[in-house]
Design a protein around this ligand. Structure first.
Ligand SMILES: Cc1cc2nc3c(=O)[nH]c(=O)nc-3n(C[C@H](O)[C@H](O)[C@H](O)COP(=O)(O)OP(=O)(O)OC[C@H]3O[C@@H](n4cnc5c(N)ncnc54)[C@H](O)[C@@H]3O)c2cc1C
Length: 249
């Protein structure tokens, strides 16, 4: 798939052409070429799980290269490309989608949509549900300035997770690899009272505490000051350091 194609347009195309597998990643803004840079992910799926290899131009070597999935060193919101900024221009992403399709419904928000369905939902139904959830929960960047999730979900040891969940029984988390647990950063921020909070022209989105918004006229300093305040409060209450997800230029 050419790097310049719109991501959501591509996901829709796969479903129209009977190639299900990417539906959990519907409606993520951006291009196909940007998708592997931070290894985009949502609702229990990361794009790296379905990438076979990547074609890229290396501006240092002045040559085109093919990088296998392993060579891309994908990790949670990370890749070899992100680790080497401005070195590679991704030109093509080659996907490998298993013929045996399976619904991925481990995220509670998504599973809830199908609670009353007696059979497993189709890929198209999951695609539609993801679009509905995202449209209801996330602000449209064309209407209100935002960069999507402003913080990564922190990953902690199972031991620390168990300690925290005794103290906070409603703690929202997801299983992660290697005996680790991913905590829902939005929940941590919400518990510190930030959801919907406004600080001058910037604030925390009222429907999703993970998203910082610019109501108009806010500067990067306003956003970073708010982010710092959130990081300090979350660290103080939960002992967890939140990392900023977008690139700060
Ligand atoms: C409302 C909203 C919701 C979002 N939801 C999610 C989500 O659920 N999950 C998620 O993972 N992300 C999410 N994001 C983040 C964003 O959608 C992704 O990071 C997306 O991949 C950005 O695409 P872009 O084309 O806009 O890239 P840009 O933001 O323009 O670029 C991102 C980075 O990739 C590099 N880059 C872009 N194209 C190429 C290329 N062809 N070759 C080499 N480097 C390149 C850029 O230099 C930059 O470093 C969300 C953002 C918003 C605004």
């Amino acid at each position: 798939v050419g790097a310049g194609m719109g991501w959501h347009e591509f996901v829709s195309w796969t479903l129209d052409n009977d190639l299900p597998g990417l539906e959990n990643l519907a409606l993520i803004p951006g291009t196909v070429g940007a998708a592997p840079i931070q290894n985009i992910g949502a609702y229990g799926l990361e794009v790296a799980q379905l990438i076979d290899f990547i074609e890229a131009y290396d501006v240092q070597a002045n040559a085109f290269f093919t990088l296998s999935n392993d060579e891309c060193r994908f990790a949670y919101r990370d890749s070899y490309f992100k680790q080497n900024p401005n070195r590679f221009i991704v030109t093509k992403v080659v996907f490998k989608i298993p013929k045996a399709w399976q619904a991925r419904l481990q995220y509670a928000d998504l599973a809830k949509q199908f609670a009353e369905l007696k059979t497993s939902p189709s890929a198209q139904q999951i695609f539609d549900a993801v679009c509905t959830i995202r449209s209801n929960k996330l602000p449209d960047p064309k209407v209100i300035g935002n960069a999507g999730s402003f913080f990564q979900n922190p990953i902690v040891s199972t031991e620390y997770y168990e300690q925290l969940s005794k103290q906070f029984p409603n703690l929202v988390s997801y299983p992660d690899s290697n005996d680790k647990r991913k905590l829902a950063a939005g929940w941590l921020i919400d518990q510190c009272g930030f959801k919907g909070k406004r600080v001058g022209p910037v604030g925390v989105y009222e429907k999703q505490a993970l998203v910082l918004v610019n109501h108009g006229g806010g500067t990067s300093t306003d956003i970073l000051n708010l982010a710092k305040n959130i990081q300090e409060e979350v660290l103080g209450k939960f002992g967890v350091q939140l990392e900023i997800e977008p690139n700060i230029l």
